[in-house]
Design a protein around this ligand. Structure first.
Ligand SMILES: Cc1cc2nc3c(=O)[nH]c(=O)nc-3n(C[C@H](O)[C@H](O)[C@H](O)COP(=O)(O)OP(=O)(O)OC[C@H]3O[C@@H](n4cnc5c(N)ncnc54)[C@H](O)[C@@H]3O)c2cc1C
Length: 442
C-alpha cells in the first residue's frame, strides 16, 4: 500500500518549503518530506517562530513558516528517501519513536530539493577531534553546543566562513583568525559586483565581518596541518607564502558546498558541470521531475526560494506565474556562477595530504594507497575507498578534486537502509514489511 499525492517534494529546506506552499496554494495535494524532525533545511535549522527574528534570515523564515502552517501541505518529518521503487514512486524510511518503517509514496509530479553538503579536503591532522566542517560546527552551536571562551580558527573558502565565524562570535567564542584561500583580486572583484548587483547580500557579508572585526581575515591563505595530542591544539596556516602556527581549541573548515545529487542521479536526471540541468520551469531532463535550490547551483537562500516558487507553480500547471519569476531567477543564477568562480579551489590544495593522510575516514584509506589508482571504481575495488557508512559522501568530492575522478552513478539504497527495506526493494511481493503510509502530520 502507498500514499498518493499530486506533488511530492523531497527536502524541506527553503526551496522545498517554497515549492510545497506554492503548489498547495494552487489547490494541489502536496506532501513535503525531510530527514530532519522539522522543516527548515540547513539555514533555518532549529529556528523557532517566537525567536526567529533575532537571527539572520529569521524574517523570511517566519513568513514562510506561517504560510506553511496555513497551507494544506502534509509534512512527513524524520523520513528519508532511500530508493526509487518505480517511476512516480519513491521508497522512504520513516522514523517514529524507536521504530523505523518502510513505505512507498506515489505522485504525479516530483520536486527534488535535497540541498547541498559541505566539501571536505584532507590535510595532515584533519581527522583529529576538534577539527570540523564549518557548517557542521554551526549546526552544533545552533543545537546548543556552548563555544564560550573557546579559541576557534576558520579556514577554507566561501561566504560560509564569515557566516560561521559570526555565529561563533555571537555565541561567545574567540575567533583566532579567518583564512580564505581565494586571492585578493578575485575577492575584491566579487565584493564590488555583489555590492552593485546584490546589495542585500553585500550588507549581510559586511555585518558578518563587523561581528568578527577583532579577528584577522586573510586571503591567499590556507591550512597546512592541524596538530595536537588526542585532539587539535594548533593549526599551521600559510599566509602569502609564510607559515604561521596558531594555538586553538577548534578548527572549522569550509571548502564550499557540493550538491546532494544522489537522488537526481538515481532517477536519471541529466547532470551538467556538477549540477542538475533544468529548463526555465525548473524541469529536469526527466519529464515531471523538477529540481531546485542547491541542486541546480550553489547560490543561497534567495535562489532556493525563487526556484522553489517557480517549480511549485509549474508543477501545479501555472506556467505563466512560473515564467513571471524568470528575471529574479536569472539574477540569483548569476550570483551562483560568481560564487563558483570566486571560490574555485586553487591547485596548491592538492598537495596538502602526505602519503600517510587519511582520505576515506570510514575505511581508513590513505592518500598513498589512492595515488596508485587511476579511477574511482579502481579505488573502490582495490582499497574500499567510499564504501563505508557515508558511501563516499565525504571522500567522493575530495577524490574528485585531488585525483580528478568522476564518482560513479547513484545506486540504491542512497542512504544506509534497513534489511527489510532492501528486501522490499528486492522482492516487493514477498517482503510484507511495507506498511501503509501513516497520516502525514501538519
Ligand atoms: C552546512 C551548511 C551551512 C549553511 N549555513 C549557511 C549560513 O549560515 N548562511 C547562509 O546564507 N547560507 C548557509 N548555507 C547555505 C543555505 O543553507 C542554502 O543556500 C539554502 O539552505 C538552500 O536551500 P535548499 O532548499 O536548496 O537546501 P537545504 O536547505 O540544504 O535543504 C535540503 C533538505 O533536504 C533534506 N534531504 C536531503 N536528502 C534527503 C533525502 N534523501 N530524504 C529526505 N530528506 C533529504 C535535508 O535534510 C535538508 O533539510 C549553508 C549550507 C550548508 C550545507
Amino acid at each position: 500500500m502507498s500514499a498518493h499525492f499530486d506533488i511530492f517534494v523531497a527536502g524541506a529546506g527553503p526551496g522545498g518549503i517554497a515549492a510545497a506552499v506554492t503548489a498547495a496554494e494552487s489547490g494541489k495535494r502536496v506532501c513535503l518530506l525531510d530527514a530532519n524532525p522539522t522543516p527548515g533545511g540547513q539555514i533555518w535549522r532549529g529556528l523557532r517562530l517566537e525567536t526567529a527574528r533575532n537571527y539572520p534570515h529569521g524574517a523570511e523564515f517566519a513568513a514562510w513558516q506561517s504560510r506553511l502552517a496555513a497551507s494544506s501541505v502534509e509534512i512527513l518529518p524524520n523520513t528519508q528517501v532511500v530508493d526509487q521503487a518505480a517511476p512516480n514512486r519513491l521508497r522512504v524510511e520513516l522514523e517514529s519513536g524507536s521504530e523505523t518503517q518502510t513505505t512507498d509514496i506515489e505522485f504525479n509530479r516530483l520536486i527534488l530539493a535535497t540541498g547541498a553538503r559541505e566539501r571536505f579536503l584532507p590535510f595532515p591532522g584533519w581527522t583529529l577531534p576538534g577539527v570540523m566542517g564549518a557548517g557542521g560546527a554551526q549546526a552544533l552551536v545552533k543545537s546548543g553546543l556552548d563555544p564560550r571562551g573557546k579559541r576557534v580558527v576558520l579556514a577554507g573558502t566561501g561566504p560560509l566562513l564569515l557566516a560561521v565565524a559570526a555565529s561563533f562570535a555571537r555565541a561567545g567564542a574567540k575567533i583566532e583568525g579567518i583564512f580564505e584561500q581565494a586571492p585578493l583580486s578575485r575577492l575584491a572583484s566579487f565584493a564590488l559586483r555583489t555590492m552593485l548587483t546584490h546589495p542585500g547580500k553585500f550588507t549581510e557579508g559586511a555585518r558578518y565581518r563587523l561581528k568578527t572585526l577583532s579577528a584577522a581575515y586573510r586571503c591567499n591563505s590556507w591550512v597546512k596541518r592541524a596538530e595536537g595530542r588526542g585532539r587539535v591544539e594548533s593549526v599551521t596556516v600559510t599566509i602569502a607564502g609564510k607559515e604561521r602556527t596558531i594555538p586553538c581549541d577548534w578548527l572549522a573548515c569550509a571548502w564550499h558546498l557540493v550538491p546532494n545529487l544522489d537522488l537526481p542521479r538515481l532517477i536519471g536526471c541529466k547532470i551538467d558541470s556538477g549540477y542538475v540541468a533544468v529548463d526555465a520551469l525548473q524541469q529536469s531532463s526527466i519529464p515531471n521531475v523538477f529540481c531546485i535550490g542547491e541542486l541546480t547551483g550553489i547560490g543561497g537562500l534567495e535562489k532556493a526560494l525563487i526556484e522553489g516558487q517557480i517549480a511549485g507553480h509549474a508543477a501545479a500547471n501555472r506556467e505563466a506565474e512560473a515564467r513571471a519569476l524568470a528575471p529574479h531567477r536569472r539574477s540569483q543564477q548569476n550570483f551562483a556562477q560568481q560564487l563558483d568562480q570566486t571560490f574555485a579551489l586553487r591547485p596548491e590544495l592538492r598537495t596538502l595530504p602526505t602519503g600517510q593522510t587519511i582520505v576515506c575516514r570510514c575505511e581508513d584509506v590513505r592518500h598513498s594507497a589512492l595515488a596508485a589508482c587511476t579511477s574511482w571504481r579502481q579505488a573502490k575495488l582495490h582499497t574500499r575507498c567510499g564504501m563505508g557508512p557515508c558511501q563516499g559522501r565525504i571522500c567522493g568530492p575530495a577524490a574528485e578534486f585531488l585525483y580528478n575522478w568522476q564518482s560513479a552513478d547513484s545506486r540504491p539504497p542512497i542512504f544506509p537502509a534497513r534489511v527489510s527495506t532492501l528486501a522490499a526493494s528486492a522482492d516487493e511481493a514477498s517482503a510484507g514489511q511495507i506498511t501503509q503510509c501513516p497520516t502525514a502530520s501538519r
